[in-house]
Design a binder for this molecule. Sequence first.
Ligand SMILES: Cc1cc2nc3c(=O)[nH]c(=O)nc-3n(C[C@H](O)[C@H](O)[C@H](O)COP(=O)(O)O)c2cc1C
Length: 231
Amino acid sequence: MAEQESMSYDDVVTGRRSIRGYKPDPVPREVMEEIVGLAVRAPSSYNSQPWHLHIASGEVLDRIRWDSTERTLSGVRPSFERQETGSAYEGEHRRRQIEVAVQLFESMGIVRDDKEGRDNWTMRGFRIFDAPVLVVVTYDRQLHGGDIAPFDCGALATSLVNAAWSRGVGSVINSQGVMHSPVVREHLNIPEDQVILISIAMGYPDDSFPANAVVSRRRSVPEVANFIGFD
Ligand SMILES: Cc1cc2nc3c(=O)[nH]c(=O)nc-3n(C[C@H](O)[C@H](O)[C@H](O)COP(=O)(O)O)c2cc1C
């Protein structure tokens, strides 16, 4: 990979967006090690660092894609290990979910009644977006049930995607990659004392893939933050 000038923090956080179409080029192990080395500077509760990363490429990743796709097509119900909320998003959360989905579908030219287009889009997620790298984030099972270990892993995941972007590597945090957690556990030989939480697809962005240009919206500072005692 060519030496690239280091990006400012602002350029990383404002420029990063989820990447769902990748060049086939592999990401060298040294680049992944550098990204992970930066990412693990993330804060965690009492510096407990409850996380583990299982990073797959090549044939093993292809086997995960294949098995997840096959299970999905044959109607096997998704099985997460993490605790789900148990209910679908409603209200403003649902509205934001739909908003970004509309942005993505519009960019790809997938219209409302294009069932095949939508199905293909969904299956792309189960193929880990055809990315050359899959990162599976797990945490120590002895911490299962509390909010803090998943919180810490979220901090690590954000740190990872930003570190990757700063090195020219795109990514998308995604649930689809671990929706068939038994497949991931088996192929990556994940020990039973770890809980599979989330996955992140990574690779060099394919700039010709339309959805990669989508910039998702954010609530404004006054909508998000309640300032008290400043004036
Ligand atoms: C916990 C989590 C799960 C996600 N799952 C998926 C997924 O299954 N499929 C997908 O295409 N994107 C997924 N995303 C990506 C979000 O859609 C994306 O981060 C959000 O729309 C904001 O867009 P941006 O990352 O481009 O800023 C997920 C993100 C997070 C943090």
